[in-house]
Design a protein. Structure first.
Length: 313
């Protein structure tokens, strides 16, 4: 599905400021449901959403579904039962989450999705996601440049049930495949996990000791890959990630991972809460359900300005 509107980070600030805050009743509750906070990206979402909700006068209920659609459904039941006025959701699967979001809608609780879209429209009030394709192309262009436009490389894919994993992979290949001397020798899912990124990289390296590069679908897998490569004494292998985490920022600054692509996780979450507030207080939904926010390439040149999925000016 195509997202119908794009928003840069500069435009985001103006969009957020344009919606004037009306005080909420103290009893009003916003539920914030994300994957595990062990991943700093999802923690940043929860922190950003909670901060904005409290700023606007709401109580918050912060929950974690651990990418388990059944648990997510139970947590949405909890939010409904607690009388939540809105749900901010980074969902547990583009198909598996549709029924749960519909259940909330049927109960009169609007959902505002962040980071991951679902394969349905008219169920959530809004879906705010990073421009994963645009970001992947930025990362792939830098990866090709770092590789000198040639060499054997590995791709670590995200969780296959997550629509973003496929979009990022397509963005990578729409760039990399134009370079005939770039040869992908292995492509495996590490399920967004640092532990799996490490173990998959160990196995791949044993079978393909001549690799020169690794491009990963997120920073967590990239951190696992770089750790495995360093343990094997392979500091020559170029690793590029996707997310813009502080861990990868530090790795870039210390000469480990070479680049990543920053998703505005904190900003997305805050915008979703602002939209929820507008909907709760006025009944007004966003002009368009789906909104893209552009990503930013992070290298050694600007990594020092990166903090918690936001880039200072």
């Amino acid at each position: 599905m195509k997202l119908t509107r794009r928003l840069t980070l500069v435009a985001f600030g103006a969009a957020l400021a344009a919606t004037t805050a009306m005080p909420a009743f103290a009893a009003d509750l916003i539920a914030i449901i994300t994957p595990s906070h062990d991943n700093p990206f999802f923690k940043a979402e929860a922190v950003g959403a909670e901060a904005k909700a409290k700023e606007l006068g709401y109580e918050t209920l912060v929950l974690v579904h651990d990418d388990d659609a059944n648990k997510q459904s139970q947590l949405i039941d909890t939010a409904i039962g607690r009388g939540a006025k809105a749900i901010i959701l980074d969902n547990a699967g583009s198909e598996a989450s549709i029924a749960a979001v519909q259940k909330a809608k049927d109960a009169g609780v609007p959902s505002f999705l962040i980071d991951r879209e679902i394969n349905a429209t008219g169920v959530a009030v809004s879906q705010i996601v990073s421009n994963n394709y645009q970001g992947a192309q930025l990362g792939a262009e830098e990866f090709v440049r770092l590789m000198g436009e040639k060499g054997n490389y590995v791709e670590l894919l995200g969780r296959e049930a997550d629509l973003n994993a496929g979009i990022r992979s397509k963005g990578y290949h729409d760039v990399i495949d134009d370079y005939p001397e770039m040869k992908m020798v292995s492509q495996q899912s590490a399920n967004w996990s640092q532990t799996e990124g490490y173990s998959k990289m160990e196995t791949i390296l044993q079978a393909n000791p001549d690799i020169q590069g690794v491009i990963a679908g997120n920073d967590t897998m990239a951190m696992g890959a770089i750790a495995a490569l360093q343990a094997a004494g392979r500091k020559d292998v170029i690793v590029v990630g996707f997310d813009g985490s502080n861990d990868v920022r530090d790795s870039i600054l210390s000469g480990g991972i070479k680049a990543t692509v920053m998703q505005p996780a904190y900003a997305q979450a805050q915008l979703a809460v602002q939209q929820a507030h507008e909907f709760i207080t006025t009944g007004k939904a966003p002009a368009e359900e789906k909104l893209l926010m552009d990503c930013i390439l992070i290298t050694a040149a600007n990594a020092g300005k990166l903090e918690t999925f936001a880039l200072s000016q």
